[in-house]
Design a protein around this ligand. Structure first.
Ligand SMILES: Cc1cc2nc3c(=O)[nH]c(=O)nc-3n(C[C@H](O)[C@H](O)[C@H](O)COP(=O)(O)OP(=O)(O)OC[C@H]3O[C@@H](n4cnc5c(N)ncnc54)[C@H](O)[C@@H]3O)c2cc1C
Length: 325
């Protein structure tokens, strides 16, 4: 095969023979011993640097503008948020969904099982989602084991991102909520207040870094259990006094571990806690004090799926009300 450049055999890259003859490209002696591959002499199409810039920024700003008014905003792209987005794209592919994820990498805690081990345990019948996504597993009777949590999460993520009506804004944090009052004085959630995560992390060191906003008819919050960013929406709602029905003295936080009761509770308690705000996944346990569940993920997936149906019903109701006005 013809080499892609002029080669001086057996010459080292920094040898004297190369100093005064820049037109000659020298390669390490061992380069001659490389076996040939389909990628030898690889050459990219030419491109201008400014073109790369415009290819990214034009799309991002177009999306920012398009999703300034979203049908549904999902806060948090963990297992609950992602399965919610997946179910929505199945049952209502026309609905415009923005996912806001504070981390660079979407997926939340679902890249690993417990104690940083690889396998993901899913109790039946939540394995039906794996069947649907064609994610392989070992069937252990009452539960299944996916050999690596990342296999399930990456498959789910890729399905979600393929939907043209879903936009993931990652490295973006929800800092606050838009809350309005209806003519009867009832408070409801009407959107989210966002900022670059790196900015959100620096409010203590820099002043006046104002956020941006996304209006949304329905919000699904799947921020996970409490942490630097976790449980953001319920913590904010509690501060605003909007969770008094459930948490008069502030949110109580998740209870001690009990896998058997934890998973059913998360799925069955998935609900609209205040008008316009549906909670899913472990964020629910912060309000309800229901048990943490350890490294079983079925409840997160099914809670997200259930949240999708609740969100769609809330959206349709709002759209109906708007057409009446
Ligand atoms: C090794 C390991 C051990 C675990 N052990 C347990 C356990 O014992 N018990 C238990 O209950 N859980 C445990 N978990 C957590 C487990 O990951 C969660 O139960 C599960 O992931 C919760 O799913 P979720 O979708 O509700 O939240 P998460 O997977 O936590 O996803 C929440 C997502 O929301 C994003 N987010 C949070 N706040 C914001 C914000 N303000 N703006 C934008 N995005 C935001 C986060 O970055 C994250 O991606 C463990 C996780 C790991 C990795």
């Amino acid at each position: 095969m013809t080499p892609p450049c002029q080669v001086v055999p057996e010459t080292l890259p920094y040898s004297n023979s190369n100093v005064n003859s820049p037109s000659k490209v020298t390669v390490p002696a061992q380069a001659h011993q490389q076996p040939s591959t389909p990628f030898d002499g690889y050459k990219f199409e030419p491109i201008r640097e400014a073109t790369v810039n415009r290819a990214m920024t034009s799309r991002y700003f177009r999306d920012l503008e398009a999703y300034a008014e979203s049908d549904i905003v999902i806060v948090g792209a963990g297992s609950a948020g992602l399965s919610c987005a997946y179910e929505l794209s199945k049952i209502a592919p026309d609905v415009k969904v923005a996912i806001i994820e504070q981390n660079v990498a979407p997926g939340g805690g679902a890249w690993l099982g417990g104690q940083l081990f690889s396998a993901m345990v899913i109790r039946k019948p939540a394995h039906l989602l794996l069947d649907e996504l064609e994610v392989p597993y070992e069937d252990e009777g009452s539960y299944v084991v996916c050999k690596h949590a990342a296999l399930m999460t990456s498959t789910l993520l890729s399905k979600v991102l393929k939907n043209g009506n879903v936009k993931l804004f990652n490295a973006t944090a929800v800092e606050d909520l838009i809350v309005k009052q209806d003519p009867q004085g009832l408070k409801y959630c009407a959107g989210v207040v966002t900022n670059w995560t790196l900015v959100a992390l620096n409010h203590d060191t820099q002043s006046c870094m104002d956020p941006n906003v996304i209006e949304s008819k329905v919000i699904v919050s799947g921020c996970g259990h409490d942490g630097p960013f976790g449980a953001q929406c319920v913590k904010r709602l509690a501060k605003l006094g909007m969770l008094d029905e459930y948490a008069q003295n502030g949110i109580q936080g998740m209870g001690a571990l009990d896998m058997n009761s934890a998973e059913d509770k998360i799925v069955n308690n998935t609900r609209e806690v205040v008008p316009g705000m549906i909670l899913t996944g472990m964020e629910l346990a912060e309000v309800d004090g229901s048990p943490r569940m350890g490294p079983t993920f079925g409840a997160m997936f099914v809670s997200g799926q259930r949240a999708a149906h609740l969100a769609l019903a809330a959206l349709r109701k709002k759209q109906e009300e708007e057409t009446k006005v």
